[in-house]
Design a protein around this ligand. Structure first.
Ligand SMILES: Cc1ncc(COP(=O)(O)O)c(C=O)c1O
Length: 457
């Protein structure tokens, strides 16, 4: 279905002349047109030239979880905007209250929702809370934040200080103090030759804690499944040990669900795959599937209580505001987004289609020696490409990019690790909308099959 009727060459020219695209080297647009996406329906999008694509990455960065063209979300947002579009978050709003209530029903053990408008901002809120708790409750100690190699938590200077992806952070320093990296847990690129790899990788966190001093550390931030850093599902035994270590040293656990949150791994939140109890959970992308900007920083009642314990002290509460955290479009869209996931059983579909994606990619391993590893959870899946299966030498990223380009040329948008880990931008990423059908999944992996044949023979 292509509903385009008008000549959009003027739009493309305007974009080429004036828009500074995210994460893009613009030299290329001196000779080719930037792609302008015009329309979407379900899993499909159309560009300004009328070309149709299957979008296997939900808006390129794993956001449009319920698919394009959802009139019911658009209507919920429109109705809300006409009634009350905005009021600062020091007040309540109807959709803000109702979505918080609904969200907490999906997160046993959590209790408070702080609204802002991007994943980076949601994570920054936690970092600020940790710093304030340090001042108020730990005499300035316990202010350090641990983050993990290969994880990503955002684009601001504060969140880039917790970038486990060196290429993202490079050239934007100097960074603030008090952020310390712990080793990654990707067994395929193992750092320890042991049978219980998950526990060993978690023990490496304890080693950093002991080196820094437990009294200096307030929080550990982790992605439940590392997304842009290479689709890393932590090995068995990892999470139980992480939880134990956090408890032992009184370190708060912050799970960054900006990618995994609201269904992506086939459960509401990625951490719920592992039975752990976080102190902070942040989320953004899939919360309203990109129909409106919204992010949430969710905490327990215990954490929340520490910010209201001294009403006589004018500095004791969380003195933070996010102007656009008061936009009602976000929670209005989020409520309808969650209803859709429930009513259409999209969590079940995600589990089934995720298993199909992994099975298809594993089948491709038989045929294409260039696939070194296949991994994923729900509908966040990846295939790491290598030059040699035995040595695991990473495939040159230009050739990985050629696979992505070939899929694009043939109408399937896929992703890859991008300006992330030096020398390791070699993992293809798939994260279609949670509505994907078996035919969609087969079309996506079929395009990868053909692309691998064309690029590598
Ligand atoms: C795990 C994770 N956390 C945080 C962010 C930052 O979110 P935003 O781009 O909305 O600031 C991202 C973005 O890709 C992410 O993948």
């Amino acid at each position: 279905m292509n509903t385009m009727t008008n000549d959009l060459s003027g739009v493309v020219a305007a974009d080429r002349a004036h828009v500074w695209h995210h994460l893009s080297q613009h030299k290329q647009y001196e000779t080719v047109d930037p792609r302008v996406i015009v329309e979407g329906k379900g899993l499909r999008v159309w560009d300004a030239k009328g070309k149709e694509y299957i979008d296997a990455v939900s808006g390129a960065v794993w956001t449009v979880n319920v698919g394009y063209g959802r009139e019911s979300i658009a209507k919920a947002v429109a109705d809300q905007l006409v009634k009350m579009n905005y009021f600062a978050g020091s007040n309540g709003t109807v959709p803000g209250a109702l979505f918080a209530e609904k969200l907490i029903t999906k997160m046993p053990g959590m209790s408070r929702v702080y609204y802002s408008n991007s994943g980076s901002e949601a994570n920054e809120k936690v970092y600020k809370m940790i710093r304030q708790l340090s001042h108020r409750h730990h005499g300035g100690m316990k202010n350090k934040i641990l983050y993990r190699e290969r994880d990503y938590h955002g684009t601001t200077i504060g969140t880039l200080a917790t970038s486990g992806q060196a290429e993202r952070a490079k050239q934007y320093g100097p960074y603030p103090d008090g952020f310390v990296m712990v080793p990654h847990c990707l067994e395929y690129r193992k750092q320890w030759d042991v049978a219980n790899y998950g526990e060993r990788a978690a023990d490496a966190i304890e080693e950093v804690i002991l080196r820094e001093g437990p009294d200096t550390i307030g929080c550990l931030v982790l992605e439940p499944v590392t997304a842009g850093g290479g689709v890393i599902v932590p090995p068995k035994g990892y999470w139980e040990r992480v939880q134990e270590i956090c408890k032992k040293y009184n370190i708060l656990l912050h799970i960054d669900e900006v990618v995994c949150g609201v269904g992506r791994t086939g459960v509401w939140f990625g951490y719920q795959n592992y039975g752990i109890k976080p102190d902070f959970v942040t989320m953004a992308k899939g919360v309203a599937s990109g129909y409106a900007a919204i992010s949430c920083t969710v905490t327990t009642e215990e954490v929340f209580a520490m910010f209201k314990d001294d009403a006589a002290d004018p500095l004791s509460y969380f003195r933070d505001i996010s102007t656009f955290g008061g936009c009602t479009a976000g929670p209005a869209a989020a409520l309808e987004n969650m209803r859709i996931i429930e009513d259409e059983n999209l969590l079940d579909n995600t589990l089934r289609m995720g298993a199909r994606t992994i099975a298809n990619l594993q089948a491709l391993m038989e045929k294409h020696k260039v696939i070194g590893d296949v991994r994923g959870a729900g509908l966040f899946c990846g295939a790491e490409l290598v030059a040699d299966r035995v040595t695991k030498e990473p495939m040159d990223e230009k050739r990985v990019a050629a696979v992505v380009a070939d899929c694009n040329a043939n109408g399937v948008i896929i992703g890859m690790t991008n300006r992330s880990i030096p020398g390791l931008n070699n993992t293809l990423c798939l994260s279609p909308a949670l509505i994907a059908t078996a035919d969609d999944i087969d079309a996506i992996t079929g395009a990868i099959d053909n692309a691998l044949t064309r690029v590598f023979g």
